[in-house]
Design a binder for this molecule. Structure first.
Ligand code: MG
Length: 287
């Protein structure tokens, strides 16, 4: 199933089920995406039943929003594709070294935005805005010390995420947090696709385009730490909660590693695609 959060006819945000090019309003069944994630199997069956009897709205008549507003920071993997780790270390004149453990940082909840929201550009804050297309997973149930063999059962679904980064701020200090957390710098969506609809999340084409030109093109099979390893690592001694978002890292081709570097400018159209999950289209907009 595909679950979206949307706005139509000036009403407050609703939750809907996406079927082909239409959307089925679930507001009578699930008041929020968190409520959908918390549903039991019976609850999911109820949604399917409800969907069969409900009116459908064409997707083109609604505005899709960030599918989930997380309760805590988005957890992210850094340097999780070897080619990206290499390109970043090379441009910073650092020795090329692949991480031995997952590199984890977070993005503020307030950075999360929707699949068509503008990416704010303020030269007084940063002139080195960069893109990072990623596959994000949504945790479906609470767990601690989850063995890798059990980990996929804790995944509710997937969404596309762009870990938009202010490179100058990222490099000012020792921590990535500030440079990763500017408002509107975590476009997500266009929906959450449930795990059963993505049979192999480690074999998905992943692409990022700027103004229609391919900048990143890879496959999720090139992750250094796969999803079960990441969940096992993160959950060791630390409880994962339903609704947690984990971004699994970006492949090579980011703007900062290009010669010359190519950062985002106002008017640029950023397209982020993960095969079988969806596509984001965000325009960089001066504020
Ligand atoms: Mg990233």
């Amino acid at each position: 199933m595909k679950f979206a959060r949307y706005e139509a006819n000036g009403r407050s945000p609703q939750i809907g089920l996406v079927v082909d090019n239409e959307l089925i309003d679930l507001s009578g069944v699930a008041p929020s995406m968190q409520a959908v994630i918390n549903l039991s199997n019976e609850g999911m069956a109820m949604i399917a039943h409800h969907a069969n009897r409900s009116q459908r709205i064409p997707l083109k008549d609604v505005k899709l929003l960030a599918p989930l507003l997380p309760r805590r920071n988005v957890m992210c993997l850094g340097k999780n594709y070897a080619d990206h780790a290499r390109e970043m270390q090379t441009t910073q004149d650092e020795p090329v070294e692949l991480p031995k453990f997952p590199v984890i940082f977070t993005k503020a909840t307030t950075s999360v935005s929707g699949p068509t929201d503008p990416i704010p550009f303020d030269p007084n804050v940063s002139e080195k805005m960069d893109y990072e297309v990623e596959l994000a997973i949504i945790i479906g149930k609470q767990g601690k010390n989850i063995p890798a063999e059990q980990a996929m059962k804790f995944v509710f679904g997937y969404t596309v995420l762009n870990d938009v980064t202010a490179r100058d701020l990222q490099r000012q200090g020792k921590q990535f947090f500030k440079g990763k957390s500017l408002d509107g710098c975590c476009p997500t969506g266009p929906w959450i696709v449930t795990r059963d609809e993505v049979p192999n999340s480690h074999d998905l084409e992943i692409r990022c385009l700027v103004n229609g030109k391919d900048m990143q093109a890879s496959n999720t099979r090139h992750m250094i730490f796969d999803i079960p390893t990441t969940i096992a690592y993160l959950s060791r001694g630390m409880t994962l909660l339903p609704g947690d978002i984990i971004a699994t890292g970006t492949p090579d081709g980011v703007g900062a590693a290009r010669t010359p570097p190519q950062f985002l400018r106002p008017g640029d159209v950023l397209t982020s695609i993960v095969e079988g999950v969806g596509e984001l289209r965000n325009v960089v907009t001066a504020v």
